[in-house]
Design a protein around this ligand. Structure first.
Ligand code: GCO
Length: 464
């Protein structure tokens, strides 16, 4: 069984679900984010979708929360849009009261339904103005100040009701997809910027967490952390070079952020690989980072087989494969080339994290986009057998890891409803609930019921 106070629900992000169209956006007082601007560039979004018209959570939030409740959740993870709170983003820029009220209403509705809100402060929608003023995360001094002021506005407005906070979602993706691959906003391709951006994000995380620990937690209680992606890296075979390669891959995917936060500095393998390009922490920054997270936030999707020897720093100079040495695939294909259904890696990953960082783990995302789902008519697509199979395997892995002794405190399925999958647009569908993008109509898929029933039978009921 899981803990009696285990949190479970669905996860979403502001930019991926909120938008109901351009008019709504203009009337809301929200400023543009780098994703609004990025979507206007030809060819950046696979199907030409716009981030300002996704699932219209803005108008639908009450019905969405009621639907979540009917599926049995006791929690909901969502993010706050920085440019909705501070349209221009900066520490001296005005606050949009309409935006502050929106999340306040969402939080109140959650609490009214007995749903614990789990709030992410930054899920990739940087106010465009800050990118234009000084290059966004590339400018540590200014970005940290502006971010911390925004975080304070949120803590002050919601800290009385929100007890679970995340400073950043997947800083790896912000740094690598945004500044090395160039496939996510702001679309840079550089071999120096990602390491600088990551450094800024870590310092911003630690500074905001200190404000929370010093000023908010003593008054209202609550916990704060950062959430990291990272697929499980399985050595291709048991040769020393491939075992080392798998560790190097884990160091870049996870250790790049988790080692400074929980262990005090960047992994040695990254220092060696990047030499002078990896920034160094000052003594003050190290002290700030230590103890900055009250838990380990884990987003998890898949597993790769790892071989030594590819010339790619973003993977620790390793090669990622979905095949075994005998040529067989480790799991079936999804709608996305980076994602396959490989449940056994999850148990290993959770054990690895717990052993290395010794922190309670909150699983903040886990989910699947079924191959070909978008080509099917709605009445067929809602019978999402591949997603049910994925959750069956991965939830089993969570239960196994708990039985192994790993301290796991939450699970959020990604995602509640089909939504804007960044550069892939609206084509890959991750929802346990279908979204009709013409009418915004929601229809629960089979997986939503499967996940609900799993937790109904695995979380012990509190004695009345
Ligand atoms: C993530 C992202 C989500 C994605 C999901 C599927 O945190 O990686 O939070 O925004 O939609 O991972 O790719």
């Amino acid at each position: 069984m899981l803990r009696e106070d285990f949190l479970w629900g669905f996860a979403t992000a502001a930019a991926q679900v909120e938008g109901g169209g351009e008019e709504q956006e203009l009337a809301s007082g929200k400023g543009p984010s780098i994703w609004d601007w990025f979507c206007e560039k030809p060819g950046k979004i696979l199907d030409g979708a716009k981030v300002n018209k996704t699932c219209n959570f803005i108008d639908n939030y009450k019905a969405d929360l009621a639907l979540m409740k009917s599926l049995g959740v006791n929690s909901y993870r969502f993010s706050i849009s920085w440019p909705r709170i501070v349209p221009k983003g900066g520490k001296d820029d005005p606050v949009n009261e309409q935006g502050v009220k929106f999340y306040s209403d969402v939080i109140d509705e959650c609490l009214r339904l007995g749903i614990t809100p789990f709030v992410t402060l930054y899920h990739w929608d940087l106010p465009l103005e800050l990118y234009q003023r000084y290059g966004g995360w590339l400018n540590k001094e200014r970005a940290v100040e502006d971010y911390v002021r925004y975080a304070k506005v949120c803590f002050d407005a919601y800290g009385d009701r929100v007890k679970h906070w995340l400073t950043f979602n997947e800083p790896f993706v912000v740094a690598i997809h945004g500044h090395s691959f160039g496939v996510f906003a702001p679309g840079h391709t550089s071999n120096t910027e990602p390491w600088i951006v990551a450094h800024t994000l870590l310092v911003a995380h630690a500074t905001a967490a200190k404000v929370f620990h010093d000023e908010i937690a003593p008054k209202h209680g609550g916990v704060i952390g950062i959430t990291l992606n990272g697929d499980w890296a399985e050595p291709w075979d048991q040769t020393p070079e491939n075992i080392k390669a798998a560790q190097d891959k884990m160091d870049v995917a996870v250790g790049w952020f988790a080692d400074p936060v929980y262990l005090g500095d960047y992994p040695e393998s990254m220092k060696q690989m990047l030499q002078g390009r990896l920034p160094e922490f000052t003594a003050e920054e190290k002290a700030l980072l230590k103890g900055s997270s009250d838990f380990y936030g884990c987003n998890f999707y898949t597993t790769n087989m790892i071989k030594a020897g590819a010339d790619d720093e973003t993977n620790g100079n390793t090669q990622l494969l979905f095949t075994r040495p005998d040529g067989s695939y480790i799991g079936p294909e999804s709608a996305l080339d980076w994602l396959r259904d490989v449940p056994w890696g999850f148990r290993k990953h959770l054990n690895y994290l717990y052993k290395r960082y010794q922190m309670p783990i909150y699983i903040t995302e886990n989910g699947y986009a079924c191959k070909g789902e978008s080509d099917k008519p709605a009445e067929e697509a809602i019978h999402d057998t591949d997603r049910v199979n994925y959750y069956k395997g991965y939830l089993g892995a969570v239960q196994d890891a708990v039985n192994d002794g790993v301290d796991i405190r939450s699970y959020y399925a990604w995602s509640f409803v089909d939504n804007f999958e960044w550069a892939s647009g609206l084509v890959p569908r991750f929802g346990c609930v279908r979204c009709d993008y013409d009418t915004f109509k929601r229809t629960p898929k089979d997986s939503s019921k499967f996940v609900g029933e799993f937790f109904d039978s695995h979380i012990p009921k509190k004695e009345a």
